[in-house]
Design a protein around this ligand. Sequence first.
Ligand code: ADP
Length: 303
Amino acid sequence: MTLQIKNISKVYSNGVQALRDVTLSIPNGMYGLLGPNGAGKSTLMRTLATLQEPDSGSIFLDGIDVLKQKDEVRQTLGYLPQEFGLYPKAKAEDLLDYFAVLKGITNRASRKEVVEALLKQTNLWEKRRQKLGGFSGGMKQRFGVAVALLGNPKLMIVDEPTAGLDPAERVRFLNLLSEVGENSVVILSTHIVEDVSELCTRMAIINKGQILQEAEPLQAVAALKGKIWRRIIEKRMLPDFEREHKIISTKLLGGRTVIHIYSEADPGSGYEAVAPDLEDAYFTTMAGYHQNHQPQKEGEVQP
Ligand code: ADP
């Protein structure tokens, strides 16, 4: 199963260009769409989920024309939106059962089986008789996954799911998603670099509606080997360093300011080489210091 997104553009009526000629090829497994707030992630996710129209471009999920055959897509789609309303007074098991009916699982016995399996898979079986209003953020998100998984979707779209989760809930949630990714295309949109580095075999970096880079996280990191340097500086000196070097990130560490710079040659004394990580790759790309690294197309000859 492959999702082919070609030349998708979208300008909202207020003139904001949310997507600019987006082209991506997304295979089975976990795919990360990484970008800051306002980059266009939700716009792309909602378009894939058939909830809004692009101005131009095409999207195919294998043989299905996503922009035209909306009913077919919806039958095979699981969508976990950024924010979803729950009925706070409903119990988890009852509400999931209700959604299962809506999804067309009308046979009572098979519905019971499906609901039980999903509550167990999402680790909510013990909480099945609790009201959703009392659920923690992580439990709500896992319930959202259970709903999205009804009907065995081949395409799962998850929009900014880890924002607001505590670290333990986040790990549990990501583990659940990676299980889902074993059997379907899962697209995870996020502004959190760690979500992608821990989970995704492929990723795209998006900013201002444009895909800046499409790569495997491990390759993107490897490509920076020997090019990232760090230095501890006094904060007031930052403008001087900015003039001299390509600063990709500025962080506080134990009350001190640490800068990472991009340089193909040794920048000299005071700097130490660091092993790059995905955050360096992300910031290097965002800062425009890294060439777009398009994946090799099948049959293409390497120069
Ligand atoms: P992200 O999910 O990466 O934060 P969005 O897709 O939500 O990005 O937004 C991309 C851009 O489009 C932002 O500038 C946002 O303000 C704008 N935008 C999003 N939705 C609408 C809308 N319905 N009408 C007008 N502008 C919108």
